[in-house]
Ligand binder design. Structure first.
Ligand code: 4G0
Length: 236
């Protein structure tokens, strides 16, 4: 997958060249392109922001630099996403869909109070939010999107995550997990996990997942019970 990021702060993306995404880029599984929107400003002082028509606090990103930056990278295959607090909230389902259906993404990172609406009308395919909170820019949301999508691009992760086993894929939160040592600071690993009885282990994990989901995410628990009619609760 090719991902082009449009931003006023290209330095913020240097961390993408570290860790797991570095390997993915070296293996040509992901190609990440950073474009500085300011390079496209035709303003004498390279300004990319201006006051909001109608008044109000805060600046708006002007359309010209954005439009020319997008035009310079857009192809017939590209899908343009604007990261903004008013977008549809990102879900794991959406992450998987984008990973499976898109070959080229263009990510627009807004700053100040956002971008001129006409860029959304003319260039944006979809507006996405990473959650109900406001940040100083769309750069961190863009990195969240890239990181989440990259996990679903074949061969990016070292280990083969059987995605079925992951949090959210069964609609439940993860059960508790343990590694060595068997006793740490007086706390023991639950005995069932060292029993070798895999049926018992699976039942314990499901019970724990249900317990923690009911407590922390009643919304997810309700959906799960609706779908399964609570059959699994009593399965042993
Ligand atoms: C557009 C995305 C972009 C409008 C971007 C701010 C949070 C998210 C930005 C604004 C962002 C998110 C109206 C302040 C840049 N913050 N939740 N900041 N306004 O995905």
């Amino acid at each position: 997958m090719k991902i082009t990021i449009l931003t006023l702060f290209p330095e913020m993306f240097e961390s993408l060249n570290a860790s797991i995404l570095k390997r993915a880029q070296e293996k040509n599984l992901i190609e990440i392109n950073i474009v500085n929107i300011r390079d496209y400003s035709l303003d004498n002082n390279k300004r990319c922001d201006d006051y909001s028509y109608g008044g109000g606090a805060g600046m708006i990103m002007t359309p010209q630099p954005l439009f020319d930056a997008i035009s310079s990278v857009k192809t017939d295959k590209s899908y343009t996403i604007y990261l903004s607090p008013r977008g549809k909230v990102l879900t794991q389902e959406k992450v998987v869909e984008l990973a499976k259906t898109q070959k080229e993404l263009i990510l627009i990172c807004g700053h100040y109070e956002g971008i001129d609406e006409r860029i959304i009308d003319l260039c944006v395919d979809e507006e996405i939010s990473i959650g109900d909170y406001v940040l100083t820019g769309g750069e961190i949301p863009a990195m969240v999107l890239i990181d989440s999508i990259s996990r679903y691009i074949p061969n990016v992760l070292g280990n083969n995550i059987t995605t079925e086993e992951e949090s959210f894929s069964n609609g439940l939160l993860e059960y508790p997990q343990y590694t060595r040592p068997q006793v740490f600071r007086g706390l023991k690993v639950p005995e069932v996990l060292t029993s070798g009885n895999h049926k018992e282990i699976n039942n314990w994990r499901l019970e724990k997942a249900l317990e923690i989901t009911k407590l922390r995410r009643p919304d997810l628990y309700k959906d799960y019970c609706k779908k399964r009619q609570n059959r699994y609760l009593f399965l042993r």
